[in-house]
Design a binder for this molecule. Structure first.
Ligand SMILES: C[S@@+](CC[C@H](N)C(=O)[O-])C[C@H]1O[C@@H](n2cnc3c(N)ncnc32)[C@H](O)[C@@H]1O
Length: 247
């Protein structure tokens, strides 16, 4: 998952090139961020009331606002105070009207519904996160199979979607992707893939192959040997129409 760093802790939105501030301790956008944004731009029309959940530096919501997909004010939240302060600053810098809140998963949005909830809360195995360079000082309390926070969002999301609303989630094979997809299919009648990309293991994971094999044998993650290397996958999933009317 290559990062989109262009200087020390600065990052550009993938489509407009806007330069966002991203201090140490805030998740640095990656290829998955870029795939997530591009998949949404290719799938949704303008004018969605939007929540960017697990916002990091705010790159997803700001990009969607830049393209008119997200209506303003755009809502953002993250469990990290620093991420939310950073998002607020980046929104101010680019004139994106925002409502930025600190809190875990959907806690900050009691009673509020959105046309589009983009949930990019941490979603890889804690062991993979610890071995990789992606989550340095960034909260990733996700459990061995990486699904704990994502499953909580799936479980609670129907209470935060309008009747035609959508939940968009990157499902990473560095977590228990099957378990997450099963939960989505139980909760929603319409679950579809809107983007997918394969990635080669970064050097930190290549040097931890016994651990990666153990996690794979446990069913906590999935990856393949292909083209003489190790490949993992991000799938961008869009879920709509709560099953049983959301009950
Ligand atoms: C993979 S990063 C995504 C950040 C941003 N969307 C991006 O692509 O750059 C995951 C984000 O989820 C946040 N996070 C972790 N645990 C959370 C929780 N319980 N509730 C809300 N956000 C959480 C992290 O602080 C981090 O900013």
């Amino acid at each position: 998952m290559p990062t989109m760093r262009v200087d020390a802790r600065g990052t550009r939105t993938p489509t407009t090139g806007a330069q966002l501030h991203c201090p140490s301790g805030v998740f640095e956008p990656t290829g998955t961020t870029e795939l997530l944004i591009e998949s949404i731009l290719g799938f949704f029309s303008a004018g969605q009331s939007t929540l960017d959940l697990g916002c990091g530096c705010g790159i997803v919501g700001i990009s969607l606002a830049n393209h008119g997909i997200a209506d303003e004010p755009v809502c953002f939240s993250d469990v990290s105070d620093l991420a939310v302060i950073t998002t607020q600053g980046n929104c101010n810098r680019y004139g994106v009207t925002s409502d930025c809140r600190v809190g875990s998963t959907l806690d900050p949005w009691k009673g509020q519904r959105f046309d589009l909830v983009v949930s990019d809360v941490s979603g890889i195995s804690t062991e993979v996160a610890a071995a990789s360079s992606w989550f340095e000082n960034v909260p990733c309390d996700t459990g061995l199979d990486g699904s704990e926070l994502v499953l909580e969002v799936v479980e609670r999301s129907c209470d935060h979607l309008t009747s035609s609303g959508s939940l968009v989630i990157p499902v990473l094979s560095l977590s228990n992707a099957e378990r997450i997809l099963r939960a989505l299919e139980e909760k929603f009648d319409n679950v579809q893939e809107i983007g997918r990309k394969d990635w080669v293991f970064p050097p930190e994971l290549k040097s931890q192959l016994p651990m990666m094999q153990r996690l794979k044998d446990l069913g906590a993650v999935s990856w393949e040997h292909r083209f003489g290397t190790q490949i993992w996958t991000t799938t961008i999933v869009c879920a709509r129409t709560p099953a049983n009317g959301g009950r």
